[in-house]
Design a protein around this ligand. Structure first.
Ligand SMILES: [Ca+2]
Ligand SMILES: [Ca+2]
Length: 139
């Protein structure tokens, strides 16, 4: 089993492998209020998939920490995205990225409901566009 946000709507969906039947995709259809923030990390000095990278996200007095890991399950691995649930945070937050290479980056203006891309050493943090609801309904 592996988690992936296959439709880009900011909630994690699941892929489940079976021995004698095709892989099942379990789409998360939970009605959410975009109370999360996701980060994709791309290494340059560090290996590209950023394994071992630590990310500290802060909204007000609340701090959230997570690491990019490898080998999440048997014969599968989760999408390499750090996903944070931040409750009802209204203000923009800050994020610190600690790369295994020793590089440290800090960005402000992190808004709930977005997926960001951080490239090691870049001065800018990138926001991924959300998949429009119409596109999701088309299939
Ligand atoms: Ca999803
Ligand atoms: Ca969904």
């Amino acid at each position: 089993m592996a988690s992936i946000d296959f439709d880009g709507d900011r909630d994690l969906d699941l892929l489940v492998g079976h021995l004698d039947s095709p892989i099942a995709l379990l789409e998360n259809r939970t009605l959410n209020e975009n109370s999360g923030v996701q980060f994709e990390l791309i290494g340059r000095q560090t290996e590209r998939d950023s394994t071992g990278c630590r990310l500290v996200l802060k909204f007000g007095d609340q701090a959230y920490t997570d690491w990019v890991v490898a080998g999440d399950g048997y014969l599968a691995t989760d999408e390499s995205v750090l996903d944070f649930g931040v409750g009802d945070a209204k203000e923009n937050g800050t994020v610190e990225v600690h790369w295994p290479s020793g590089t440290k980056q800090r960005f402000e203006g992190i808004a709930v409901g977005n997926r960001y891309v951080v490239v090691e050493g870049d001065d800018e943090i990138w926001r991924r566009m959300e998949v429009p609801a119409q596109a999701q309904d088309a299939d």
